[in-house]
Design a binder for this molecule. Structure first.
Ligand SMILES: [Zn+2]
Length: 197
């Protein structure tokens, strides 16, 4: 009789422990959901143009050149004069005129998805940043510092600028910088903070 009572007690005790464990798990889940829904804390907010923008979830972007001047800005529709080809054209890219620092930097973390050289574009490096976002660096010296498949981090030197891009030869040592989303050229100004131009 005693023995069976003990078994009953043990059964009761173990089901009680399970109930406590389940309760703790439920509370832990609730707390986690509450924290996630709360979003980024104040310290992860950047004040950009008077607006508080959460930066925790977004990858950061740096400029592809250091101390460079924007010599030709992005234009999706407006024609700009190409001094080399002597023609007006749209320019879905930003051209950076190199200052003393001729290094070209990865604008964000990613993987080198392509490197090639041709007459019109010079040496070109493409970086895939995931989710269909590409950054493309043209008019580089053919001695690049990365290989296809390499992982790169924001601000890492990938090569140096040159005058290798025949269709913009008269622009001298410069970087022709493009960004693409799902294969379509987009305005890099949406990612880079260039300040005054
Ligand atoms: Zn250009």
């Amino acid at each position: 009789m005693n023995k069976s009572n003990n078994v009953q007690k043990k059964k009761y005790a173990s089901s009680y422990i399970y109930a406590v464990i389940v309760a703790v798990l439920v509370i832990a889940c609730a707390v986690t959901i509450a924290l996630v829904n709360k979003g980024p804390s104040k310290s992860n907010v950047a004040n950009i143009g008077g607006e508080n923008i959460p930066v925790a979830a977004k990858p950061s972007y740096v400029l592809p050149m250091n101390g460079a001047q924007v010599m030709k800005d992005y234009s999706g529709k407006e024609l700009q004069y190409n001094d080399t080809l002597k023609q007006w054209e749209i320019h879905k890219a930003i051209d950076f005129q190199a200052g003393e620092d001729k290094n070209v930097y990865a604008i964000s973390n990613g993987t080198i998805s392509n490197i090639y050289t041709n007459y019109l574009e010079g040496t070109v490096i493409e970086i895939s940043h995931g989710n269909g976002l590409l950054s493309v660096y043209k008019s580089l010296d053919k001695e690049v510092q990365v290989s296809i498949g390499d992982s790169v981090s924001a601000g890492q030197v990938i090569g140096v600028v040159a005058e290798s891009m025949a269709q913009e030869l008269n622009s001298g040592n410069h970087l022709h910088f493009e960004m693409l989303q799902d294969g379509k050229k987009i305005d890099p100004n949406n990612y880079l903070s260039l300040g005054e131009k």
